[in-house]
Design a protein around this ligand. Sequence first.
Ligand code: DHB
Length: 306
Amino acid sequence: MLKTKIANREYKTCIYNASGVNCRSKQNLDELYISNSAIVLSKSCTIQERKGNMEPRYFDTETMSINSSGLPNMGYSFYNTINYSDKDYFMSISGMTPNTNIFMLQHLTDNINGIELNLSCPNIKGKSQLGYDFEATEELLRKASEILDDKIKNDFIFGIKLPPYFDELHFNNMADIINNTKVNSITCINSIGNGLVVNPYSNKTAIKPKNGFGGIGGDIVKPTALANVHKFYKLTNCSIVGCGGISNGIDAYEHILCGASAVQIGTQLYKEGVGCFDRIESQLKDFMLIKGYTNISKFKGQLEYL
Ligand code: DHB
């Protein structure tokens, strides 16, 4: 029922982890591998290993999460040499500069079935999100397209992870840029960057890094996520991967209705662990049965306007 395609690759189910959650260590990745996650997606990596920002760097409530992990990761060569049979393995790449992104793209091993080039990490002090710099994004995607061209012909997934956009002009400009590249998959959205959660009783911020500023996820970002999924579904020919505010099967349904070919789970995976994939999958199937859909292709992108 949930089989799907992202670009030219086929999957038995359409639900997997959002980068950043449960995907930093070999043990984390193995847990995803043996779970019902459709794909194993790595933590965003940099060339060098990083310990990340000071703790506490994650906080959540029923309806939201805030994080400022600061790219803790084992370094690019660790993720580049992971090798799984029977399940696709994607690497999330988040170099500290465009040139380090290029270097990592030039040295991908054949173990990697796809990448998610992260244009949207909000948590490095003094660095802005690449996806809000349209010129720099255009130049990076042009160079990346040249490097990955041969792999893409062999069904490699060249995915990008975008920050959320909030304005028509930005949706259109980013879609134009993407449509002139070899990008074949777009993950919408990364967290809503630089939110601030405060505790009115202690007068303190909820997390320590960047004076409490961090990326917002969870239920409250779902309308922004759906808007971005639907816009990029309409404006590009890429597969869309929905991410943001999915904690049950009906949330997943909404993302697919807006155009997502697959969905990623971030905050809920953090709270619940890898058991969330089975639960959300069975809830999605139950809802599809109620609606009379046997396959996600029957309702993908079929959102109706009033
Ligand atoms: C981190 C957060 C992100 O939203 C992201 O895209 C990459 C890294 C982090 O803080 O580790």
